[in-house]
Design a protein around this ligand. Structure first.
Ligand code: 5GP
Ligand code: MG
Length: 196
């Protein structure tokens, strides 16, 4: 059998869709391919920073994306330090401003910081974290998001690496939640109204 002409996204691992999900927005196979491409360019851009890169996954939404992304990066010395930022509380689906919970990574002098977040919406989270890390003396601060909404607030927020631009709708899966549910779904999908 010859597999070489098969289109992975259509013939391999079509996602089984949870009943609370209206529609798949980004299939798991597309996420996997995009993660590899992002890791390739991030790996090239930070080739000079061996031992001086601090990767900061923003909890909790980026936990799967960050886990997949760092394992796809070239194997170099890098620190991984989690940051927790609260934006939507619980079941709210509109942005309410962000605040840092707990402590942020310290000792950033001479380190290049790469923030990893799940989705860019109002831009509040990235603005807040960037300012914090810059004021803590990071040598550079860049950000990588899996998703960016096609809305002015998101499109006008500086971000160096973007996985996918999506329409302005509330999505869950691959780390993103509704009241901490659905983070385990392997794809990104739009939640049914009835499930909220
Ligand atoms: P920003 O600070 O850019 O407004 O928002 C970023 C945070 O808001 C994300 O890390 C995520 O936690 C939450 N968020 C924004 N849009 C969505 C969405 O469509 N679905 C989910 N589950 N969370 C979202
Ligand atoms: Mg978040």
């Amino acid at each position: 059998m010859n597999h070489s002409t098969e289109t992975p996204s259509s013939t391999l691992h079509a996602d089984r869709v949870h009943e609370d999900v209206e529609r798949v927005v980004v299939p798991s196979a597309a996420i996997a391919a995009r993660v590899r491409a992002l890791a390739q360019s991030i790996g090239e851009d930070y080739a000079h920073a061996d031992g001086r890169l601090t990767v900061v996954p923003v909890m909790t939404g980026s936990f799967l994306f960050a886990a997949d992304l760092v394992r796809a990066l070239p194997q170099r010395r890098m620190r991984i330090q989690l940051a927790t930022v609260a934006s939507y509380g619980g079941t709210a689906t509109a942005t309410q401003g962000s605040s840092i919970v707990g402590t942020l990574p310290k000792h950033l002098e001479d380190h290049h910081v790469l923030i990893i977040d799940d989705i860019l919406d109002s831009g509040g989270t990235l603005r807040l974290l960037r300012a914090e890390f810059e004021s803590r003396g990071a040598r550079s601060v860049k950000a990588c998001v899996l998703l960016r909404k096609r809305i002015p607030s998101a499109l006008s927020t500086p971000v160096e690496y973007v996985g996918f631009d999506i329409d302005d709708e509330f999505v869950v899966g691959y780390g993103l939640d509704y009241d901490d549910l659905y983070r385990n779904l392997p794809y990104v999908g739009a939640l049914r109204r009835e499930a909220r």
